[in-house]
Design a protein around this ligand. Structure first.
Ligand SMILES: Cc1ncc(COP(=O)(O)O)c(C=O)c1O
Length: 376
């Protein structure tokens, strides 16, 4: 493990484990209060230029990365609206967020086929290959790390299946993987990688970061109607001037400027190691404490664990008990709401804080059992 203190002085003390928005370092919160500037001024262009120089390093691309003043969902939509002309789209689903992206494609009127994978199971490259052999697709959408179930898929093999089996654009949601685990945009051949600020990037919510390939931009340029606010060709053109087409979220850009330094100082590889160590802490602890993972073995997410408490413990009561003890955890998501709790171990939190939180789970379980025995 690296000696780098990701918490910048709060090691072992973080008590906030929501799977997004996540705990944010005080240094980042302080940066939000920077002075207002015109977004056409030289001072702004200096700030945005610094961001655009460093952002591609996190995505691991020699190409373009940019920001939009939307949450991540806005860039899902931007990709479909800007680059896909009628479809067909292959939307791969294995949880709530990938299902929502598929629904978005349908709502936009694009011809959409869904490759449905069971919740908690990773997407398998061989299933993707089979589907691509049946039909020619304009774009494929897939979520790298399903936050709803805490399931990570093997993206290099999926990307290889898409690249070798089709010439479809590959759109990947890296919302809870980028800056937490390795994402290799160029090496994997991702055409659009979509990320939000409030997850492993450990910023407040309110902006999205993304990378886009030349191939995706070329497809967009051929499209007649790309809308206006979410037109990625416009965003790219303004990016060349170190600006955004519309008024950007200046406070969040100040925060991103500070956070990019922090992420690159730790190093993407070291961040990946730290996130794997946080998952290992949960995996080592869970069986002894009677908790089980919803995600299949081998597909546990290094950034979020969706776990089922022991049979005599109600997940929602456990959540309430933890809150009463001044800890914040996530509830189960969607159809897992009543049965699971989710621990967001992503961003700048550290292994020692995660371990303290796991001990708090045991105290909370003991407290709930005591209450139950008292009522019996
Ligand atoms: C994997 C994934 N994709 C997309 C989203 C949507 O992000 P936002 O609400 O920031 O638009 C989330 C939010 O939790 C997510 O976890």
């Amino acid at each position: 493990m690296t000696e780098f203190d990701s918490t910048a002085g709060h090691a072992g003390q973080v008590r906030f484990f929501n799977p997004g928005p996540v705990w944010v370092r005080p240094q980042v919160l302080a940066a939000l209060g920077g002075p207002m500037l015109s977004h056409r001024s030289q001072a702004f262009m200096d700030l945005y230029g610094r961001i655009l120089d460093r952002l591609p390093k996190v995505f691991k691309t020699a190409g373009s990365a940019n920001t939009l003043a939307t949450s991540a969902t806005g860039v899902w939509e931007a990709g479909l609206v800007s680059c896909v002309d009628g479809g067909p789209v292959l939307a791969i689903t294995n949880g709530a967020f990938s299902e929502k992206w598929a629904e978005m494609s349908q709502r936009l009127g694009l011809e959409t086929d869904v490759l449905k994978v069971e919740w908690g199971k990773p997407v398998l490259a061989e299933d993707v290959s089979k589907k691509l052999a049946e039909k020619k697709y304009a774009a494929v959408t897939v979520v790298h790390n399903e936050t709803s179930t805490g399931t990570i898929s093997d993206m290099p093999s999926i990307a290889k299946a898409v690249k070798e089996g089709s010439d479809a654009l590959l759109f990947v949601d890296v919302v809870t993987s980028l800056a937490g685990v390795e994402v290799e945009v160029d090496a994997w051949g991702i055409d659009l990688a979509v990320c939000g600020s409030q997850k492993a990037f450990a910023l407040p919510p309110g902006i999205a970061m993304y990378s886009i390939s030349e191939k995706a931009l070329e497809a967009a340029k051929k499209k007649k109607f790309r809308g206006l606010y979410l037109d990625l060709v416009d965003v790219e053109a303004f990016g060349k001037k170190k600006q955004n087409p519309t008024t950007p979220s200046l406070p969040l850009l100040y925060a991103l400027d500070v956070q990019l330094d922090h992420i690159l100082a730790e190093g993407v590889e070291n961040r990946t190691k730290r996130h794997h160590a946080m998952l290992a802490a949960v995996e080592e602890w869970a069986p002894g404490a009677g908790f089980t993972f919803s995600a299949a073995d081998g597909a546990h997410s290094p950034t979020v664990s969706s776990i089922v408490p022991p049979a005599d413990i109600n997940a929602e009561e456990l959540n309430k008990q933890l809150k009463a003890m001044k800890w914040v955890t996530g509830s189960g998501y969607g159809k897992l709401k009543a049965t699971n709790v989710r621990i967001g171990h992503m961003g700048d939190v550290d292994v020692a804080s995660v371990k303290a939180f796991l001990s708090a789970h045991e105290e909370a379980v003991a407290e709930l059992r005591k209450k139950k025995a008292g009522n019996a």
